[in-house]
Ligand binder design. Structure first.
Ligand SMILES: NC(=O)c1ccc[n+]([C@@H]2O[C@H](COP(=O)([O-])OP(=O)(O)OC[C@H]3O[C@@H](n4cnc5c(N)ncnc54)[C@H](OP(=O)(O)O)[C@@H]3O)[C@@H](O)[C@H]2O)c1
Length: 340
């Protein structure tokens, strides 16, 4: 038998712990090529929240159905294998998380990411393969390198900078010689951005209008914006952007828990007047950058030039609380659920 997290009731507005339930069901028999994985670490990702809604944005993965097992990125160990490419005891990453056991068919992925793959053994904590050396790191790296094409001297704003993706993006931009402004939702997180990440400026977006806080942190404007938030943050970035600036649209978390569809920014004509480029992306389109990301981020972590925080919840029953807390920004760094 396996235990799986399912959607019990569809949230309209703020997600609640009671919107989920853990159900038990018989695991399917393994077909040729399948692998049975015992999950050890579950990634708690904002993308799951998008798929809990009645409908999802065009081009995105379909909504989860009521009672349907949820999926998410995970790390686990192979318990049984009918694939020549995977052996018992091997540590693997895959997309059938949010459950304790998973029958995984090699080749399936979420938005191009999360295909069943062997995790290279290393001295790093294994769960970093979901965080700084996994999807969070790749998202940060792709956004900075392939979308923003940051250069030394650029003034870069990273929102949600104390979170999983943002903390890598902010530190990497700083290590590459940019002037970096970070924003986050508490004074303690702002102190973390300044003291532990060494950012040039930081602000708590809850302390006043985002545009005012950004203007104080970057009085001469910004060249690049790594956007994880959307809404008021995105409007402020467009207003503060210097001519020729770029925006990488990584996510829009301010909208995920909203009961109503968000309205778009009213200042988009500045894209014309200032020649600003805005580009959305998904990390899964940049899997080819994973080795370079692991090399660069790994070397900074190993040398202590970069730090990475985690918030760990224990047991599948805690996954709903982990999801709600992550969306509310109650903790920092990468949110994970440990099943060992
Ligand atoms: N494009 C991709 O391939 C890709 C991949 C992974 C993630 N993402 C996106 O990247 C973003 C961050 O994901 P993550 O996994 O790194 O999560 P995370 O940053 O670890 O957690 C989410 C954070 O968002 C912040 N937040 C929540 N509501 C907010 C609001 N209304 N305004 C401003 N900040 C808010 C909270 O921090 P505060 O305390 O600062 O509010 C919270 O800690 C999300 O938008 C996600 O969808 C995109």
């Amino acid at each position: 038998m396996g235990r799986t997290l399912c959607l019990r009731s569809r949230p309209s507005g703020e997600l609640a712990v009671g919107d989920f339930e853990v159900t038990e069901s018989k695991l399917p028999a393994l077909a040729d090529g399948d692998v049975l994985v015992r999950n050890l670490w579950l990634s708690i990702d904002p993308s799951v929240r998008i798929r809990l809604a009645e409908s999802t944005p065009r081009g995105y993965s379909a909504p989860f159905g009521l009672g349907e097992p949820l999926v998410g990125l995970a790390l686990g160990t192979v318990e049984e294998s009918r694939s020549p490419d995977f052996h018992v005891g091997q540590i693997v990453s895959h997309m059938y998380g949010l459950r304790d056991f998973a029958v995984v068919r090699p080749g399936s992925s979420i938005g191009g990411y999360g295909e069943l793959s062997a995790v290279e053994s290393s001295d790093y904590p294994i769960e970093w393969n979901l965080g700084p050396l996994g999807s969070s790191g790749l998202t940060a790296y792709a956004g900075l390198s392939a979308i923003l094409e940051i250069q030394p001297g650029d003034v870069v704003w990273v929102s949600a900078a104390a979170g999983a993706v943002g903390s890598i993006a902010a530190q990497l931009a700083s290590l590459r010689g940019c002037t970096v402004i970070g924003s986050a939702g508490s004074d303690a997180k702002v102190a973390h951005l300044l003291d532990d990440f060494g950012l040039d400026a930081a602000f708590n977006y809850r302390n006043g209008p985002v545009a005012d806080s950004l203007a104080a942190a970057a009085p001469t404007g910004i060249d690049k914006y790594f956007d994880s938030v959307g809404a008021e943050h995105l409007v402020a970035a467009i207003d503060a952007m210097r001519p020729g600036g770029r925006i990488a649209m990584c996510g829009a978390i301010a909208d995920y828990d909203a009961a109503q569809s968000p309205s778009g920014p009213q200042n988009l004509f500045q894209l014309v007047s200032k020649g600003i480029r805005i580009e959305g992306f998904r990390a899964g389109s940049f899997n080819h950058l994973a080795p370079a990301m692991r090399e660069e981020v790994g070397s900074h972590l190993e040398a202590g030039r970069m730090t990475f925080a985690e918030t760990v919840f224990d047991g599948l029953e805690q996954a709903p609380q982990a999801m709600v807390d992550m969306l509310h920004g109650r903790h920092g760094g990468k949110t994970l659920c440990r099943l060992v």
